[in-house]
Design a protein around this ligand. Sequence first.
Ligand SMILES: Nc1nc2c(c(=O)[nH]1)N[C@H]1C(S)=C(S)[C@@H](COP(=O)(O)OP(=O)(O)OC[C@H]3O[C@@H](n4cnc5c(=O)[nH]c(N)nc54)[C@H](O)[C@@H]3O)O[C@H]1N2
Ligand SMILES: Nc1nc2c(c(=O)[nH]1)N[C@H]1C(S)=C(S)[C@@H](COP(=O)(O)OP(=O)(O)OC[C@H]3O[C@@H](n4cnc5c(=O)[nH]c(N)nc54)[C@H](O)[C@@H]3O)O[C@H]1N2
Ligand SMILES: [Mo]
Length: 782
Amino acid sequence: MGKRKKLIRIYSEPAGGWGALKATGEALAIQGVAVSGAKTLLQMNQPQGFDCPGCAWPDPKHTSSFEFCENGAKAVAWEATAKRCTPEFFAAHSVSELTAWDDYDLEMAGRLTHPMAYDAASDRYLPIEWDDAFALIAKHLNALDHPDQADFYTSGRASNEAAFLYQVFVREFGTNNFPDCSNMCHEATSVGLPQSIGVGKGTVLLEDFEHADAIFIFGQNPGTNSPRMMSDLHSASRRGAKIVSFNPFRERALERFASPQDPVEMATLGFTPISTFLYQVHVGGDVAAIKGMMKAIVEADDAALAADLPRVLDIEFIEGHTHGIDALLADLRATTWDAIVHQSGLSRDDITNAAQIYMNAKNAILVYGMGLTQHHRGTENVQQIANLALLRGNIGREGAGICPVRGHSNVQGNRTVGITEKTSPQLIEGIERAFGFTPPSGHGHDVIATIESMMRGDAKVFIALGGNFAAAIPDWVRVQAAIRKLDLTVHIATKLNRSHLVHGRDALILPCLGRTEIDIQAEGPQSITVEDSMSMVHASAGRNEPASPYLRSEPAIVAGIARATLGEASRVPWEHLVANYDRIRDAIETVFPMFQAYNERIRVPGGFHLASTARERIWATPTGRANFLVFKGLEENPYHDDPDALWLTTMRSHDQYNTTLYSHSDRYRGVFGQRDVLFMNPRELKKRNLHPGERVDIVALATDGIERIVRSFKVIEYSLPDGCCGAYYPEVNPLVPLYAFDPQSRTPSYKSVPVKVRRAAAVGPDSATRAVVIQHEVDHHA
Ligand SMILES: Nc1nc2c(c(=O)[nH]1)N[C@H]1C(S)=C(S)[C@@H](COP(=O)(O)OP(=O)(O)OC[C@H]3O[C@@H](n4cnc5c(=O)[nH]c(N)nc54)[C@H](O)[C@@H]3O)O[C@H]1N2
Ligand SMILES: Nc1nc2c(c(=O)[nH]1)N[C@H]1C(S)=C(S)[C@@H](COP(=O)(O)OP(=O)(O)OC[C@H]3O[C@@H](n4cnc5c(=O)[nH]c(N)nc54)[C@H](O)[C@@H]3O)O[C@H]1N2
Ligand SMILES: [Mo]
């Protein structure tokens, strides 16, 4: 574990550059994969290689030479690690002991090598045979009063093949309970965009970035979370496209970037400026900023009309393709600049300037991430992006469109192949057509409903295809107590994590192959397929020897569980499908006709694009048109009246992949060796008579009477708008009340938590102590 050197300093270098190369080398060295790791990296995103297990940003045609990406390299190094988490490891450490470990140290134990089952007598995980593990799952599932007492979680790394088999199994078993990571991520996109434009995905392709005159980035941190996007932004900036960012943080990569592939920048320590303007919008102030931009556009259009100049609004598009402009215009005219400025934290000049750049651009792309979706009104936030695009017809033509940047590398594909708690008639008919059974209709549980069912004591079994549910969810101190009351928890995983320790009476850890590894089934080596953020579907095949001979592929594990649970009566030929994944793809094609010629098309380098109606200006909405949807008012959040309140946003450091920590540092924000920090601006510190480096307790301003506190966070002086603060996920998730979610998409409000800070009560500085204290405190008040 070792002692970490803690340091706070201003990071003055550009993002990327030599710092990124150095960090990549260090990541490979930490995981002991220096030589084979480098070889592994060369296969990443190659036509015959594997898809990067990191983010969902596409690769140019998927055929280019090796694209350098620091965080992609880390994702690979963490999977291709030389470290192993063996039965000996579990014999040496009880579950109670491991529970006190830091999340970083848990994953540093290495790749899981054997199926393991929890033994209460010794408080340890002990090895179990695969068939016995499947039988144990079957016993629990078949003993339920109703299939809805089980919940089946998916994290977005699973392949299309694994995710498809999983949903078919769960539906044949009899439930639509599919909580998935998307429920905590881009659900606001999946719910919001269909109402606006008839599809729940983005409308741009990578090529569009070469033709955009302006790119707007709302609440997304590409230098850390989709670093391959930096090469597109880098070239856009160089050819003179304007880039405008809205972010409470001055994220370094949004300011300036040195491309490790640019020999001149590397040799001269030069860089390329990225954002022409970076507006530090108030946490939760985006809707005000976007409405302000739209108001400025309407004012400019009024002026143009009066002066008999060309219109600013794309009237032809609006008349030919949209619905609802009058209501939008009326709302914008009724919204005052004072209110917009107050709520957004930006000046009228700044907003008008951003609007001017947008109006000057023939083609504009609107990019957004979690800074927009993870809010109480996330769905409506997303719809304002659509409104802004529609005003100037910036959709369905080259160089223009909406670009939600997805999270996990295959989260979008998981949805496409049927991981959804909302069952459509098409899905039901498709499954009937392919397998001859009728799946349950109606809606199952999403993440919030799953948690509610656990808290009520209705849920009995929780099965997870990847992920780290118990750490990624809101309010985890409270929810973990409910998870511990389940009859069975099952985790299909590559690495040990918190969720494996927060377990039911019976518990299994089932180790699976990762994307970098060779997958051999009865009929030979297999490849899987994934869909990226721009709806490109392509094949991926690992080349590394599996981390252990006992691993099974995710499709094989799902098939094993399915056969044991459903027996010979199942209508699905599980073993036959798994023997050759081409058959799984044929079945996907039968259920979802948009995958026509699936197996042929993935054999073409680069794969294929899943058609998007909005991109063709076909509007699959109830009105048959693209809809302008009005956001009433400007308030992101209902409780905004406490003068002492701060709005806490929670985000990722540069050295983490969701709950997986690569280190305790966050290079671009100048934080080293620590994560228990709270970013605040100098004025807010002064107001509270706090000095940088002092420790505070953060208290959630909740309305349910439960006290939520995390203790002893170090305050750091940072450039942020007044009234805001920021901290890392998942450490502060206990502050996010379960009830705080967007009522439409039910995405948790991770990016706007009202809190107060107070000088810390004296507790030890290490995070393990702090977690225990929170648990105690919350339990005490619950
Ligand atoms: N290396 C790496 N890559 C990843 C991930 C990872 O953890 N590590 N996670 C993957 C996943 S699942 C996802 S969903 C994506 C996440 O990628 P992002 O969407 O970039 O996620 P975050 O870091 O949570 O937050 C994004 C930005 O929102 C800003 N922000 C916070 N609150 C607000 C607000 O109210 N308004 C605005 N405008 N901005 C705000 C933050 O300052 C931050 O810069 O990345 C994926 N890729
Ligand atoms: N406060 C706050 N909370 C958040 C967020 C936030 O911004 N703020 N973001 C939310 C978002 S956007 C998301 S997507 C969720 C993420 O939630 P999850 O997707 O549940 O979490 P991850 O941390 O990505 O899961 C990591 C684990 O996945 C397993 N794993 C890795 N690779 C594989 C594989 O190939 N197969 C299998 N079976 N398992 C594998 C490993 O065991 C690893 O420990 O968190 C959400 N929670
Ligand atoms: Mo995500």
